[in-house]
Design a protein around this ligand. Structure first.
Ligand SMILES: Nc1nc2c(ncn2[C@@H]2O[C@H](COP(=O)(O)OP(=O)(O)OP(=O)(O)O)[C@@H](O)[C@H]2O)c(=O)[nH]1
Ligand SMILES: [Zn+2]
Length: 180
């Protein structure tokens, strides 16, 4: 990866030997590895068995999980917030694990729609929940810094599974909790 960054820097007409750039290929390689570290993670490892028995069958919402991902078309960041809700059936997931699972999929090359579905499906599988709802709101640098150059548009995507898809009342409760 280091060699490839060196090629890119040369290709844009920069001088790889100038002091500010000497370490950049290695640094950029480390940064890019970090930004895509989701590929090195597995759901089981991240959850680390942090599933706890609970009688609760009421909605759990983790709101405003910050999200940094890379769009798979331009390799530019999209940045925003993710809201995750589910209705447990006998076990609840460790709170931090919800945010960790968001990162497992955000730290890859993504489009926002797939990222949203992957998070929802994983929470559903891991918890055996009755239903899951995920909403992501994000700003795409590929639309802001370049291309169409729109600074204020926000992309909102949702994935509703199980009771969140089947029952209007469940979906409404989710959307109401988000607005509180
Ligand atoms: N649906 C979806 N599209 C995305 C996402 N991230 C980037 N894109 C879009 O991917 C498309 C790629 O279009 P192309 O025409 O192949 O590429 P381009 O010439 O760079 O397009 P422009 O961005 O319009 O300049 C663009 O419309 C981007 O806005 C995403 O998460 N979801
Ligand atoms: Zn893009």
């Amino acid at each position: 990866m280091e060699e490839n960054w060196a090629n890119i820097i040369t290709a844009i007409g920069e001088d790889l030997n100038r002091p500010g750039l000497v370490d950049t290929p290695a640094r950029a390689a480390r940064a890019f590895e970090f930004l895509t570290r989701g590929y090195q993670q597995s759901v089981d490892e991240v959850v680390n068995e942090a599933l706890f028995p609970s009688e609760s069958s009421e909605m759990v919402l983790v709101q405003n999980v910050e999200l940094y991902s890379l769009c798979e078309h331009h390799l530019l960041p999209f940045i925003g917030r993710c809201h995750v809700a589910y209705i447990p059936t006998g076990k609840v997931l460790g709170l931090s694990k919800v945010a960790r699972l968001v990162d497992v999929f955000a730290r890859r090359l993504q489009i926002q729609e797939s990222l949203t579905s992957q998070i929802a499906e994983t929470i559903m599988t891991v918890t055996g929940a009755e239903g899951v709802g995920v909403i992501i709101e994000a700003r795409h640098m590929c639309m802001m810094m370049r291309g169409v150059e729109k600074q204020n548009s926000v992309m909102k995507t949702s994935a509703m599974l199980g009771s969140f898809r089947e029952h209007q009342a469940t979906r409404d409760e989710f959307l109401q909790l988000l607005q509180m």
